[in-house]
Ligand binder design. Structure first.
Ligand code: PGA
Length: 254
């Protein structure tokens, strides 16, 4: 049984003060067991949030990192620095990074290796654009991203991954993939993982769905056998909607 994961990707939202308030409120909220909850604030708030959620059931993640430990890489943040700030997770290859900052599968691959080397759990994002979906290329695009970003990985490390299928056209748009479509792609990803790393490892990988997840569409999505949780953007910025998603997810997976 894979423990579901609900991860909040805050993107470029919240000052340190706002992040601290959210973390205190979330820590004080009655969260159901049986689910891994992770929040991913901006870099500036990681350390402060870590101080609050330490010794709680809430995990901390960053939204990106560079693959080197240190060096003359102005503006970048390393895996060592994320560990130091209290992170256990890092989102890698988010479509906004691919779209606006030129990230490639090859670069994501280096980051995944570095994250795993430093005991950070990568949350690897893949997903097609609307154009690619309409051209019937969803499977091919997602397979290419999985293949490229996981190249050279062994089964022992691959099973630690979290993968998030996030169709680009569903992110921040209010349009969600149907539970059926999302399940099809998540299943495809699991089949690809089984080909690459063997069935046992593939069964252990948590494959999330992301893209306009809200409390009222969580149950339908989480009811699918290969959807092991959600990567939530907009609805993770508010404690009430984030906890409502967590509760929905837990009741579905029980
Ligand atoms: P959204 O973002 O929930 O606001 O669509 C999801 C994401 O980008 O991870």
């Amino acid at each position: 049984m894979r423990e579901p994961v609900i991860a909040g990707n805050w993107k470029m939202y919240k000052t340190i003060g706002q992040a601290v308030k959210f973390a205190e409120d979330l820590k004080g909220a009655p969260l159901p067991g049986g689910c891994r909850v992770v929040i991913c604030p901006p870099f500036t708030a990681l350390s402060a949030v870590s101080g609050i959620i330490k010794n709680s059931r809430i995990g901390l993640g960053a939204q990106n990192m560079y693959h080197r430990e240190e060096g003359a890489f102005t503006g970048e943040v390393s895996p060592l620095m994320l560990k130091d700030a209290g992170c256990g997770y890092v989102i890698l290859g988010h479509s906004e990074r691919r779209q606006y900052f030129g990230e490639t599968d090859q670069g994501v691959n280096l980051k995944i290796m570095a994250a795993l080397d430093h005991q950070l759990t990568p949350v690897v994002c893949v997903g097609e654009t609307l154009e690619e979906r309409e051209a019937g290329r969803t499977g091919e695009v997602v397979a290419g991203q999985v293949d490229g970003s996981l190249s050279g990985l062994g089964a022992d490390l691959a099973e630690k991954l979290i993968i998030a299928y996030e169709p680009v056209w569903a992110i921040g748009t209010g349009r969600t993939a149907s539970a059926f479509d999302a399940q099809q792609v998540n299943r495809l990803i699991r089949d690809l993982l089984a080909d690459k790393f063997g069935g046992e490892a593939a069964q252990k990988v948590r494959i999330l769905y992301g893209g306009s997840v809200k409390p009222d569409n969580t149950a339908e999505l989480m009811g699918q056998p290969d959807i092991d949780g959600a990567l939530v953007g907009g609805a993770s910025l508010d404690v009430a909607s984030f906890t409502a998603i967590i509760k929905e997810a837990v009741s579905c997976k029980q």
